[in-house]
Write a protein that binds this ligand. Structure first.
Ligand SMILES: [Zn+2]
Length: 277
């Protein structure tokens, strides 16, 4: 049986997750998850996504508060269970003061073997946040998606958006998926293709013509700019992520591998974290 894996890009839609320094967690989670999906599928691993755009995976219209969150999270578990996957990997970025990577899993389960390796992969870029693994089960952080998925489940916190990690995220977020990919393929199987994309450095910041570095831009202007980049580089662009309010990230295939560019950011007056790049 070929290996099957569910990638969960945390948050999305109504829920931005952690926000700071012009970074929005739901966009980063999606960016890493889509990048990782592409790499894994290229290696022959069957990947199921809980979301592929900036949405909540299930309809939560009319719901609020805990009821909405629970339905959202159960929706992610249902997608994983319906696909009968072997592994569930939930990708998040952290906030609350601190630096580095950490993971959560049920300490008694199989995931305890994979979780520290995924943290090691993120720590290559961001370092560690204390212990590599924390108890995500009922006696610990009690994380819904870890308790309610049938698959072996890991929740990964890649780095902190609200600390000195933020600049590293902006500069080097493109390294995360390739590093996770190598660990997953090595640990879980699959044939590694000869042209495994290597993270390219340094990351360029491309500011499209319509985005003046001194001005804030509207979401529409940013969309147009990104669409233009998409068209101009249609042979090389392998992914893009534009959040409702957050940064626009574009991944471009280069001679050396892949490169992520921070293409712009929307200014949202209601949220002082977000400014034009
Ligand atoms: Zn999160």
């Amino acid at each position: 049986m070929p290996l099957k894996l569910c990638l969960d890009a945390g948050h999305g839609g109504y829920d931005p997750g952690a926000c700071a320094n012009g970074l929005q967690e739901k966009d980063l989670n999606l960016f890493v998850a889509l990048h990782l999906r592409d790499l894994l599928e290229h290696a022959g691993i069957d990947v199921v996504m809980t979301r592929e755009t900036d949405v909540c995976p299930v309809d939560v219209e009319g719901l609020t508060g805990q009821e909405r969150v629970t339905k959202d999270l159960q929706g992610r578990c249902d997608i994983s269970d319906a696909a009968n996957v072997d592994w569930f990997v939930s990708i998040h970025f952290n906030a609350g003061g601190g630096t580095g990577a950490e993971s959560y899993c049920e300490l008694g389960g199989e995931a305890i073997h994979l979780a520290p390796l995924l943290v090691d992969a993120c720590a290559l870029t961001f370092g560690y946040h204390g212990e590599k693994i924390k108890d995500g089960g009922a006696s610990g952080a009690n994380l819904y998606v870890l308790k309610n998925t049938a698959a072996h489940a890991v929740l990964l916190e890649v780095a902190y958006v609200d600390s000195s990690d933020a600049q590293k995220i902006k500069d080097r977020v493109n390294e995360v998926a390739p590093n996770l990919f190598k660990v997953l393929v090595k640990t879980l199987g699959g044939s590694v293709p000869v042209d495994v994309p290597q993270p390219a450095a340094p990351v360029q910041t491309i500011v499209p013509a319509v985005v003046n570095t001194n001005d804030y831009v509207t979401k529409e202007e940013l969309k147009q700019a990104i669409d233009q980049i998409w068209k101009d580089l249609s042979n090389g662009v392998i992914g893009r992520s534009i959040g409702e309010h957050g940064d626009a990230l574009v991944t471009i295939k280069t001679e050396n591998g892949t490169e992520t560019v921070l293409a712009g950011s929307v200014f949202d007056p209601s949220n002082p974290n977000f400014k034009g790049v």
